[in-house]
Write a protein that binds this ligand. Structure first.
Ligand code: NDP
Ligand SMILES: CC(C)CCC[C@@H](C)[C@H]1CC[C@H]2C3=C(CC[C@]12C)[C@@]1(C)CCC(=O)[C@@H](C)[C@@H]1CC3
Length: 343
């Protein structure tokens, strides 16, 4: 899409106050779009942005933000590491249906959903997985369960006059990441990162946030009547799968922490995580506990899960803009407050 074509076009980013959403906002502004942000809270100030506060589950909150909008990016979610079944179903399922209703009522023709590569993951190895893999029959957590339902809702809404596409990133990291890097550092600081889970040879995709943004904007600019991308899902990765524990070690050593050297058997840690999950369930009426080591995070840390992005390369001309080593360095440099000062 030419720069002149973008002028005057309004993009709405639902969840634009979050980690990925705000990076999408910044890149859309750089490319000359007018940007609306819709979120629960105003998490940043930018005079170029029109900020709408509200709950995406309420159509009356959404409609004012949708006036004259060219495309909606939906990247809102409850925190992927929380475990609130009702909230996940409310926001990711009911809320997504509400966004679609509001789009149609406001005359918005395009919707780009941020889905997740985890929609095909159920704790077993996925090696170079394509978008043709079936959805997980037994999702490992409520987040994944509702991301599957969400993607189905959006892709099934695709029609001759309402164009939808789902982008499936995996393991997003980068500046302002609230999940990956802070959790990794917190775990290391708590002394729980002394061991690798499993043999340390499981291969995983980690995707720099700028590459995820690039995939989203490419999809939006290809979302036209008759386009081959309409109604489809696309993996967006760095196209550089890496040993999971090598990635974490680069982040940790980059921030001045020791990388795990020894190994613990995967099955032992998994059993401990299951026992922890049962204890947290029993204690729920008394106290909400969110352990870092859940069956999901342990599986993610101990199995292969990397994905082919050949379909995005072929259909949208996708190509990662930042390679993994540069991305890790940019990320480490962006978190001075997480650097180990005790050494
Ligand atoms: N992080 C990752 O590794 C990956 C993420 N994804 C997907 O990418 C998307 C963005 O994730 P990420 O940036 O990490 O998430 P964040 O939690 O950083 O951002 C999500 C944003 O959505 C907002 N939000 C939540 N509920 C509502 C609501 N009811 N109404 C309006 N806004 C709401 C959040 O507000 P608040 O913070 O106040 O709740 C937050 O600002 C998600 O769809 C996620 O599933 C996919 C693959 C990997
Ligand atoms: C074993 C260690 C305590 C793990 C520390 C790092 C983890 C916090 C991350 C490693 C893989 C990450 C990941 C996600 C969240 C953070 C990690 C578990 C997701 C579940 C986020 C949401 C998604 O959509 C998935 C595709 C991500 C998969 C990887």
């Amino acid at each position: 899409m030419e720069a002149t074509d973008r002028q005057g076009k309004i993009c709405l980013v639902v969840g634009g106050g979050g980690f990925l959403g705000r990076h999408i906002v910044e890149k859309l502004l750089d490319r000359g779009y007018e940007v609306h942000v819709f979120d629960l809270r105003e998490t940043f100030k930018d005079d170029r942005v029109t900020y709408f506060l509200g709950d995406l589950c309420k159509k009356e909150d959404l409609l004012p933000a949708m006036k004259d909008v060219f495309v909606v990016f939906h990247c809102a979610t409850p925190s992927p590491l929380s475990n609130n079944k009702e909230l996940f179903h409310k926001v990711n399922c009911h809320g997504t249906k509400t966004i679609i209703e509001a789009c149609k009522e406001a005359g918005v023709k395009r919707l780009v959903l941020t889905s997740s590569a985890s929609v095909v993951y159920e704790g077993k190895d996925v090696e170079n997985g394509t978008e043709d893999l079936p959805y997980a029959c037994k999702p490992m957590d409520y987040y994944t369960e509702t991301k599957i339902l969400q993607e189905k809702i959006v892709l099934e809404a695709n029609s001759d006059d309402f164009f939808t596409v789902a982008i499936r990133p995996h393991g997003i990291f980068g500046p302002r990441d609230p999940h990956m890097v802070p959790t990794t550092v917190r775990t290391a600081k708590a002394g729980k990162m002394k061991f690798k889970i499993g043999d340390g040879k499981n291969i995983v995709d980690f995707t720099f946030v700028e590459n995820v943004v690039h995939g989203h904007i490419l999809a939006a600019e290809h979302l036209e009547p008759g386009s081959k991308i309409c109604g489809k899902a696309y993996h967006i990765t760095n196209d550089e799968p890496i040993f999971f524990w090598d990635f974490l070690s680069k982040i940790l050593t980059g921030l001045g922490y020791n990388a795990p050297k020894k190994n613990l058997p995967f099955w032992l840690v998994y059993i401990i995580a299951v026992i922890l999950q049962v204890i947290c369930f029993l204690l729920k009426p008394i106290k909400q506990i969110h352990p870092t080591f859940t069956p999901m995070t342990v599986s993610l840390a101990g199995t292969h899960h990397y994905y082919s992005c050949q379909r995005a390369i072929a259909d949208m001309g996708y190509k990662p803009l930042v390679n993994l080593d540069d991305a890790i360095q940019k990320t480490v440099d962006s978190f001075p407050e997480l650097r180990n000062t005790s050494k």
